[in-house]
Design a protein around this ligand. Structure first.
Ligand code: GAP
Length: 500
């Protein structure tokens, strides 16, 4: 039975082995920002590659895109983020700590165990503002998570989540811009460009991986919720009326993706959003949840799959028609009302003409939206294991080969009898095909343990027998079994084992 990792185990392994470091550590660190070290960047790249392979490369109906992080201010007006992308917060009057209202916990009844009771809304990333407002009427029994004071909060107020920055060097033409809080809007803004430059026909999807930024009120649990993170998003455009069917399709496809990359089925589940949790753009949403061993010690969102209907394309049609008002207001978004010429929607550039059915419509969108950092954390947690081997603890990461930062480690048993030269040749040959690691220092057992802890699926050792019959040992990380493989078969053998 594998050991259930605690968050501390993961944080300490990540630091010790160079997966993840606190940002700006030499200056004491920057809260909620993290850097990926040599092993971490390989892991993260592999998560991205695996997502891109299954979402773009292996499908005929999805194309890729890479949009800029900074976008025209009207994008965020039209998408609703400028007005609605906020969390409701309240400030403790005693210690001035601001907390998300839906994260405040009730004071426990005297009969309840120590601590405070968990609230169902703790599961959610962002509860819709209107619903949060309705729920926030009575904070008299809520506890400040910082100082423990009960019921002494300010009136709840919306806290905007988008980071602001200034663009332009001159005072006259500098503009307030926002760092994107989701990658999705770049896809909607390029819908027409993709239609006009490729042969895609509905149903089809546009996929993108990239950084997003949110000035989260509460960050937590290592890389689980941070202010700068990477998303992998697919906007899948389909004919209205076929959306429910595509929603089911993507739900299953995304669940299977995690399972195929090794997450244990018992640690994954779906959770439907309640109506009051739905984001302002969604008709329906289901989360893929993972049983993370921290926070409320419970199931938490790994990915959201939403039916965004035609909301975004319609909103951008309205946005385009409102552009003049934006110029007239000198770039001030506050009082701009989006154009509402309903009858014009179908004529706009974001509509689609189906030349088979000879009809025009605004496509519906199904959006699977995954967090790359959060997935990497789930793979770390799920792969983590500790075993007793001959009286010693062996730490290992049981990564699927596709995700393992290093696929093959190559060792000469000893630094003599020409073994390092043979090992180096093998290493130089194999690294053309896989990410490999060469190590000739220390006892062989220690070298194996270091690779187990890095999640390396296979270690090759060049030993005395290699000099006689040109075979090397191939050691399997999980079983620790060793077999001998002829050096001229190595590449093919490893390819099969690694499925690459
Ligand atoms: N475009 C839809 C969208 O952005 P979301 O549920 O807000 O939906 C999708 O985000 C995914 O992005 C989440 O399931 C999570 O994996 C990841 N994510 C969101 N906020 C995050 C944060 N602050 N830190 C790390 N990952 C985050």
């Amino acid at each position: 039975m594998s050991k259930i990792a605690k968050l501390d185990d993961i944080v300490s392994l990540c630091k010790r082995r160079g997966f993840i470091f606190q940002s700006s550590e030499i200056y004491g660190g920057l809260a909620s920002c993290y850097d990926y070290g040599p092993l971490g960047v390989e892991l993260k790249n592999n998560v991205k590659k695996a997502w891109w392979k299954s979402t773009v490369q292996m499908r005929d109906d999805v194309v890729g895109l890479d949009c800029s992080i900074l976008m025209h201010p009207m994008v965020w007006k039209a998408s609703g983020h400028a007005d609605k992308f906020a969390d409701l917060i309240a400030e403790c009057k005693k210690c001035n700590t601001r907390t998300r209202v839906d994260h405040l916990k009730e004071k426990p009844l005297p009969s309840e165990a120590e601590g405070v009771t968990e609230q169902a809304a703790q599961h959610t990333e962002h509860i819709a503002l209107d619903a949060a407002m309705a729920k926030a009427r009575d904070l008299s029994n809520k506890v400040c998570p910082n100082c423990g004071t009960v019921g002494r909060f300010t009136e709840p107020m919306p806290f905007k989540l988008m980071f602001e920055t200034q663009m332009g060097a001159n005072v006259d033409d500098s503009m307030t811009m926002h760092l994107r809080p989701e990658t999705a809007q770049g896809i909607f803004a390029n819908f027409r460009n993709v239609l006009d430059t490729t042969r895609v026909k509905i149903p089809f999807g546009i996929a993108q991986i990239g950084k997003s930024f949110r000035n989260e009120v509460t960050t937590k649990a290592f890389i689980f919720r941070t202010r700068e993170f990477e998303q992998a998003e697919l906007e899948f455009f389909c004919e209205p009326g076929t959306d429910e069917q595509w929603f089911e399709h993507w739900k299953q496809a995304r669940f299977d993706w995690y399972i195929n990359l090794g997450l244990k089925k018992e640690n994954l589940r779906f959770r439907e959003h309640d109506i009051d949790e739905l984001a302002h753009y969604a008709k329906g949403c289901v989360d893929v949840e993972y049983k993370f061993p921290f926070g409320s010690g419970d199931w938490q969102e790994l990915e959201g799959i939403a039916n965004r209907t035609d909301f975004d394309l319609r909103q951008h049609q309205r946005g385009i028609r409102t552009l003049n008002k934006w110029y007239e207001s000198d770039g001030d978004l506050t009082n701009i009302e989006l154009s509402n010429e309903a009858e014009e929607y179908l004529k706009g550039p974001l509509s689609y003409f189906d030349d088979q059915q000879k009809k025009r419509y605004i496509p519906y969108v199904i959006e699977p939206s995954a967090g790359i950092d959060r997935s990497a954390l789930a793979f770390l947690v799920d792969g983590y294991d500790e075993e007793e081997v001959r009286g010693e603890t062996r730490n290992l990461l049981r990564f699927s080969p596709a995700l393992a930062p290093v696929k093959v480690a190559v060792f000469p048993l000893v630094k003599k009898e020409g073994m390092p030269d043979i090992a180096k040749n093998i290493y130089n040959d194999l690294k053309k095909h896989f990410n490999c690691f060469y190590d000739e220092k220390g006892a062989i057992g220690r070298r194996y343990r270091r690779q187990d802890e890095a999640g390396t699926p296979f270690c090759l050792t060049i030993d005395g027998q290699t000099l006689e019959d040109n075979t090397v040992t191939v050691r399997d990380r999980d079983s620790m079994d060793q077999i001998r493989v002829s050096t001229d078969q190595l590449t093919n053998d490893l390819r099969k084992k690694l499925d690459m």
